[in-house]
Write a protein that binds this ligand. Structure first.
Ligand code: NAD
Length: 485
């Protein structure tokens, strides 16, 4: 079972115990660019999940005993192959999920390789501290925990998947990965890459399929040791229940409704340009600052400049290098976004920008949309739309800005635009978010702690935080005497 996608041949079967497994059922991968079916993919069920978990448990026996240096070498080999395939991975990913080809080529796929390199290198300098307790030497070690189950979404499929796969493998875990059904193809390519890197059979397994079947079976499997999930809150709730039954530790990276706070003393052009950037990836970015909170004294000027720039955003085929925004991922997601917009309009809110499909393009191309002053507590202000839809409100005082910023059940990120450093520090201290960007956006590094509060997630990733999650941390105590017999 193979598909030819943009001239690249992709095997679309599962990858279990180092072999391709077709399974009995299939699902279609539909390109958001033109809603054409581009591949038939194996649709896994609990049978394939059982096989994959068994393979990963078997492979764990040897993989856990590999030295950090050996594991680092495998990870670097995988990174080398990814780097040599940036173009192929980019064209397939763009066809599959509709994100910009230029972003894949220049940013996303190099970062995929970096996910492996970074955790390979971090593994080799992981600190195993010793300390003394009344003459007894205490030694802390990071032991691999077992099979890591990893489930991720479609908005940056290979980047989000490998951000968890790489540290899990580095930590000495084996992996069963369930990729997103709306963009499954590059995960299948990754399986081939790991095989070419000679990763032992069963160390990395891919079971394709839809969430409520393959995903749910994986989350509920008693053979997994860790559950890493990136996705939506409703899915997180069902996964948490399943992981709870098995008492499996979990890491959740979920949605957001982040504030973007602009003070009158800011660098105005920087603030407007950064705000426009919240439409990136057609608004399908968990970190996006979708609530623009603007100091009242500059509101009119800001709105005018924002609208002028927003009207110039070029929307179209994401393979075109000159395009800024592509389509939404799927018809179902498009309808969900439009549902939010139409309900807000019906409640009396006027969209001062966009508010529906781009009629020049049709299909899944939703126009960048802006609502002014939604009622506090209204759905469009409260829920994550995960599309190109922003809301603008204004505030008069710093205290009011903080109260509005924190008026959410989410707590993933916040953006603060101000010329006053002391104020930036005050706001940073007061907002409830895992990540605060001051006069910038999307500056990221794998050493940073990444994660959200409240409905935005559980746990942190990056650097040591990733190893803390995938490892069983052991403290060994050695008495000062009793040796030498
Ligand atoms: P989703 O929860 O519907 O799906 C995510 C993954 O979970 C998919 O692979 C899907 O197949 C699987 N899944 C679905 N139902 C399942 C079930 N019952 N059991 C097990 N697995 C199941 O989310 P989505 O709509 O695909 O993704 C968008 C969401 O992801 C947004 O909320 C976004 O903010 C969030 N996200 C968060 C981050 C982050 O780092 N915080 C990054 C990207 C996306």
């Amino acid at each position: 079972m193979r598909a030819l996608v943009e001239g690249v041949e992709v095997d679309t079967r599962h990858w279990i115990a180092g072999e391709r497994v077709a399974g009995a059922r299939r699902f279609a991968s539909i390109s958001p660019i033109d809603e054409a079916t581009i591949a038939e993919i194996s649709a896994g069920s609990s049978a394939e999940i059982d096989q994959a978990v068994a393979a990963a448990r078997e492979a764990f026996k040897a993989w856990r005993r590999t030295s950090p240096e050996e594991r680092a070498r495998y990870l670097h080999r995988i990174a080398d192959i990814i780097e040599s395939r940036v173009e192929q991975l980019s064209v397939v990913e763009t066809r599959d999920n509709g994100s910009l080809l230029r972003s894949h080529r220049r940013g996303v796929m190099p970062r995929v390789a970096m996910n492996f390199r970074f955790f390979a290198d971090w593994l080799l300098q992981l600190d195993h501290p010793d300390f003394d307790v009344r003459g007894h030497r205490n030694h802390v070690s990071y032991d691999p925990s077992g099979v890591a189950a990893i489930i991720t979404p479609w908005n940056a499929p290979l980047m989000l998947g490998t951000w968890r796969i790489a540290p899990a493998l580095a930590a000495g875990c084996t992996v069963v990965y369930k990729p997103p059904e709306w963009a499954p193809l590059t995960a299948s390519m990754l399986a081939d890459i790991t095989a070419e890197a000679n990763l032992p059979a069963g160390v990395f397994n891919v079971v394709q399929g839809v969430g409520r079947e393959a995903g749910a079976a994986l989350a509920a499997h008693p053979g997994i040791a860790r559950m890493s999930f990136t996705g939506s809150v409703p899915t997180a709730r069902s996964i948490a229940k399943a992981a709870g039954d098995n008492l499996v530790p979990l890491s959740f990276e979920l949605g957001g409704k982040s504030p973007f706070i602009v003070f009158a003393d800011c660098d105005f052009d920087l603030a407007v340009n950064t705000a426009i950037g919240q439409f990136d990836n057609a608004g399908q970015v968990c970190l996006a600052g979708t609530r623009l909170l603007i100091e009242a004294s500059i509101r009119d000027r800001f709105l005018e400049a924002f609208l002028e720039k927003a009207r110039k955003i070029r929307q179209g085929d994401p393979r075109d290098e000159s395009v800024d925004i592509g389509p939404q991922i799927s018809r179902q997601h498009f309808e969900r976004i439009d549902g939010f917009v139409q309900r807000a309009k019906a409640a009396g809110r006027q969209a001062v920008l966009g508010g529906g499909v781009n009629t020049d393009l049709g299909g899944l191309y939703y126009r960048p949309t802006l609502f002014l002053d939604p009622d506090p507590g209204s759905e469009i202000l409260r829920d994550e739309v995960f599309g190109p839809v922003l809301c603008l409100q204004s505030f008069r005082t710093e205290a009011e800005a903080i109260a509005m910023a924190n008026d959410t059940e989410y707590g993933l990120a916040a953006v603060v635009m101000t010329g006053d450093k002391a104020r930036a520090e005050r706001i940073t201290g007061a907002v409830d978010a895992g990540l605060v960007w001051n006069n910038c956006f999307f500056v990221r590094d794998l050493r940073q702690a990444f994660g959200g509060n409240g409905k935005s997630g559980i746990g942190r990733e990056g650097g040591n935080w990733s190893f803390d999650f995938y490892c069983n941390i052991k403290n060994a105590v050695y008495a000062p005497s009793g040796w030498g017999k």
